[in-house]
Design a protein around this ligand. Structure first.
Ligand code: ARG
Length: 349
């Protein structure tokens, strides 16, 4: 049942009961056209050669990915979740863009505020307006909600130093705010984030300034030379239980954050392999950690990933399975493909 008394945006964490969500659509998705240095820094090295300007993903792959996204959306609706979808059939080739399948990268809800990313990759500059502009307009009709659109000064094309020099581990400099919203995870009033090849310090400060009063960002120390998006590194399954990728973050680093004190922290126990068909053009095989939690008891996992499902069940979760391998191939899994807009949060406002 949809609770009409809830604002159109109100979510503080990753696990409280999900009431309303955006589920992306692939459209005519293309390999993102970012400068080679940005692609090399973030993408699996054996797939870098595929990233050619204006190269669409294979149409058969897209058709299957769309079917998976539709099935996933229908499944969420059947669970009583209100689902928003972007328009069908966007031709990203025409606009030199990437896809509308990964809304998590570009939108984040914190309490009643929805924040648009200041993407580092210019091929994503128009993604939010094209795919989600209508949805944002609809959400904005609720006067209790604040939507923070990307300001023009953050479009400055200055993130790569011309002489190719780097003064940090990251490919981008700090000349203007840059961040993807998928570099942040909400744990109530504390948000854990990471610096990455798409998120700089100015971006973190911009997000901090945009947050409702009382919310704060803490930067998690990760060991990920290719860092881009934190949502295959840590995943809170419910309040008090977090699973993490031990290749990328240590228990010690997690415990530096007071919000995780007394949490049960579980390292992901498997070494997943990249599937042969379809391949993972844009991510590591740790997408099992890129799951969507429905309510702290149930989690959506990829249908073929039985070992992860069994493990999550051993941790007391119920798994709902959904085929998603073709969506995985173009950039992410259930967490990437969604933006939770409303969760019945336990945080007191
Ligand atoms: N960079 C992560 C990895 O390769 C994948 C994160 C995908 N997340 C996303 N929101 N698109 O493991």
């Amino acid at each position: 049942m949809i609770n009409h008394s809830l604002p159109s945006v109100q979510a503080d964490d990753e696990w409280s009961p999900l009431r309303s969500v955006i589920v992306g659509r692939a459209g005519r998705a293309c390999f993102p056209n970012a400068p080679t240095a940005m692609i090399e820094a973030t993408m699996p090295s054996h797939h870098v050669h595929n990233f050619k300007p204006r190269r669409p993903f294979d149409q058969k792959l897209i058709t299957k990915a769309e079917a998976e996204l539709d099935y996933f959306a229908a499944m969420l609706q059947a669970e009583g979740v209100q689902v928003y979808r972007p328009p069908a059939g966007v031709n990203w080739l025409d606009v030199n863009g990437y896809t509308g399948a990964m809304p998590r990268d570009g939108l984040m809800s914190v309490q009643n505020t929805l924040i648009e990313a200041c993407f580092a990759w210019s091929c994503r500059n128009h993604e939010i307006e094209i795919a989600y502009g209508t949805i944002l307009g609809e959400l904005a009709r609720d006067s209790r909600v604040t939507i923070i659109r990307r300001p023009p000064y953050t479009l400055a094309d200055s993130l790569l130093d011309e002489d190719g020099s780097k003064s940090s581990p990251w490919v981008i400099n700090n000349s203007r705010p840059a961040f993807d919203t998928a570099d942040f995870m909400r744990f109530g009033k504390t948000i854990l984030g990471q610096l990455s090849h798409v998120t700089n310090q100015a971006g973190v400060e911009y997000v901090q300034r945009s947050l409702p009063a009382g919310y704060k960002i803490e930067i998690l120390e990760v060991n990920d030379p290719h860092a881009m998006h934190i949502d295959a590194t840590i995943l809170p399954l419910r309040e008090g239980l977090l699973v993490y990728n031990p290749q990328k973050v240590t228990e010690e680093a997690l415990l530096k954050h007071e919000v995780l004190a007394n949490w049960d922290l579980r390292p992901y126990p498997f070494t997943p392999k990249e599937p042969e068909d379809p391949v993972l053009y844009m991510t590591s095989p740790y997408l099992s950690l890129n799951a969507l939690v429905l309510d702290g008891k149930r989690v959506v996992v990829e249908a073929s990933d039985q070992q992860t499902a069994k493990w999550y069940e051993s941790l007391g979760m119920k798994c709902i399975t959904c085929p998603f391998r073709h969506v995985n191939s173009i950039g992410g899994s259930f967490h990437c493909a969604t933006v939770d807009l409303v969760r019945d949060s336990t945080v007191k406002h």
